[in-house]
Write a protein that binds this ligand. Structure first.
Ligand code: N01
Length: 535
């Protein structure tokens, strides 16, 4: 079905980014259509329904700020919101702002081809629809393409298989079942304690031990909520001044670990442990910059693990060797203590990988483990996976796959040379996954909307990142990343978790204040680094 009308924007995805884009587009008088593969809104919180799924950024912070009424009236129940509560919130936003009529659900965008002569994109969907649009806004999320390892014999397994990132909507009852779970990242670390309570036996296959700190989740304190809501705008602004866009009202330390004596170091790390959450790595300024400094924090966590896990051999296997915060720090509730249960066992697959699946279970190191259910908690083809699955072709038919063959290249994480009028929200090269995502989503959408308004006012037909601006941005991003310890491990930030994916550090590590300031300056200087054509 082809519609000859040219609309202003196609938005891909109805998660928090797509919904806010739609809200702003409609408010500014632009025509927009949103396409969403799922049958409802919510994005990451629609798909990741595994037991224990919850956000690791606090709920008073991980929420929209664009509407005072919304932020005043919505009540979060816990310090860290659960997936069901976040999904309820997403649905509330969709209903409250009457977004649904503009969203096509159960519809996947399969291609987007740019036509230079008309400065428009032709977008096609898996429902056979063709839409011509001036702008393509990719609100596809950073963790929306699952990483499913291609284990030999996977089709032979007679039991049920699940991926944490594509969890059945009706939930899964593991009562009385023998369950195997592969992977020990955040998804696994959140779900293991709850699955262990249900399953008859739970066997965890661990390739690399991860650092995890306690969440200390709790019901939200009424006084704290009242205080934040008393001036929510100020609270949001304080968080915008933070490196990651969150944590403004918690204790901050900017001193070096080398200026502290042993007792101070121990007390500080204990204080952070007691506080819980991602702020652990903020105990000293140099934990993310110096291996020696980081190792003090790493050893502190290893000692905690040894204290929580009864069996010393299991404890040692659970002790990570690497750098704290190099892979995304995990935040858990009762993860390590779960290994003290009689029905939970740990299999180290670091030296002898998962060899194959059989009709009965998993084979590693010549041993077959039999299961009723196998869970793949094996993560995502992060940041670029979903974008590269869409057949995106820019100027001269250049595909995004070709352009990003050696890794993603963008200007500000918002735009890529050769692909005019295409914007990526939380794209590679932006703070994205290293930030409070809703805050940076709002900033990206606001920037794009200002840009679209500027183009409308000046009758500009197209905007395209310049190659030199893009190169400079990529180089600066690499320089920042190389100043930190973050490129030193096989993380998904680097694409290292997906076989064959180019190893490039994808998110911008320079922090929110610098990033926001740079974007503002670019806009204030008439979109410096972009070429605007009145065509
Ligand atoms: O995925 P991961 P995730 N054989 O990539 C293992 C966000 N998130 O879904 O480390 C054996 O972290 C892999 O092993 P290794 C958050 O940003 C947030 O858990 O590569 N094992 C690893 O242990 C997070 O970082 C929240 O050696 C294999 C695991 O699978 C991101 O999503 C909650 C394997 C994958 O871990 C991803 O987390 C959940 C193989 N062939 C997720 N292949 C919160 O907000 C992979 N692995 C709290």
């Amino acid at each position: 079905m082809t519609n000859n009308k040219v609309i202003d924007a196609v938005v891909v995805g109805a998660g928090f980014a797509g919904m806010y884009t739609l809200y702003r587009m409609l408010g500014a008088g632009f025509s927009a259509r949103v396409f969403e593969a799922g049958d409802n809104v919510g994005g990451t919180w629609y798909w990741n329904r595994y037991p224990g799924a919850r956000c690791d950024v606090e709920s008073m912070e991980y929420s929209y700020s664009f509407d005072e009424d919304l932020q005043q009236k919505w009540n979060w129940s816990e310090r860290y919101a659960t997936q069901p509560e976040l999904l309820k919130y997403a649905n509330h936003v969709a209903d409250n702002f009457k977004l649904r009529p503009h969203i096509s659900f159960n519809t996947r965008v399969v291609s987007a081809h740019y036509d230079e002569s008309s400065a428009t994109w032709l977008v096609t969907t898996d429902q056979g629809e063709e839409i011509r649009t001036r702008f393509c806004i990719m609100a596809t999320g950073c963790l929306s393409s699952v990483n499913q390892p291609d284990f030999e014999g996977i089709a032979n397994f007679k039991g049920n298989t699940y991926h944490t990132g594509q969890w059945p909507h009706e939930g899964v009852d593991f009562t009385g079942r023998r369950v195997g779970i592969i992977g020990t990242g955040s998804s696994s670390i959140q779900s293991i304690p709850l699955i262990a309570e249900q399953a008859k036996e739970l066997t965890v296959f661990q390739r690399t031990a991860n650092f995890s700190v306690p969440a200390h989740n709790q019901d939200l304190d009424d006084n704290y909520v009242e205080e934040v809501k008393g001036d929510y705008g100020a609270f949001r602004e304080e968080n915008r001044q933070m490196h990651g866009g969150f944590g403004a009202r918690r204790p901050k330390h900017e001193d070096s670990i080398w200026d502290a004596d042993d007792e101070t170091i121990q007390n500080r790390l204990e204080e952070r442990w007691a506080l819980g959450g991602l702020g652990f790595t903020g105990a000293f300024a140099d934990l993310g910059l110096s291996v020696e400094a980081n190792n003090i924090a790493a050893e502190f966590i290893r000692e905690k693990i040894r204290g929580m896990v009864d069996d010393p051999e299991v404890a040692e296997l659970l002790c990570p060797n690497g750098i704290v915060g190099c892979k995304r720090l995990c935040v858990d509730t009762n993860y390590y203590a779960t290994y003290n249960r009689d029905n939970v066992s740990l299999v180290d697959v670091s030296e002898h990988p998962v060899d194959r699946l059989t009709d009965k279970g998993i084979v590693t190191n010549n041993t077959e483990y039999e299961f009723d259910d196998i869970i793949f908690a094996t993560g995502f083809d992060a940041m670029t996976g979903t974008l590269l699955k869409i057949d995106i072709r820019g100027k001269d038919g250049l595909t995004l796959q070709e352009k990003w063959e050696a890794g993603p290249r963008t200007y500000l994480g918002l735009s890529t040379y050769g692909f005019p009028n295409l914007f990526t929200i939380s794209g590679p090269g932006s703070p994205s996954v290293l930030s409070n995502m809703i805050l940076t989503i709002e900033q990206h959408v606001n920037w794009i909307m200002d840009c679209l308004g500027y183009m409308r006012d000046g009758q500009v037909a197209s905007i395209e990142a310049n190659l030199d601006a893009e190169d400079a941005w990529v180089n600066q991003g690499n320089e920042f990343a190389n100043m930190t310890l973050m490129p030193m491990c096989n993380s998904w930030y680097l694409g290292a978790n997906v076989p064959g994916k180019p190893r490039v550090f994808m998110p911008f590590v320079g922090g929110i204040p610098l990033y926001f300031e740079t974007c503002d300056k670019v806009a204030a200087n008439n979109y410096e680094g972009f070429t605007l054509n009145t065509g």
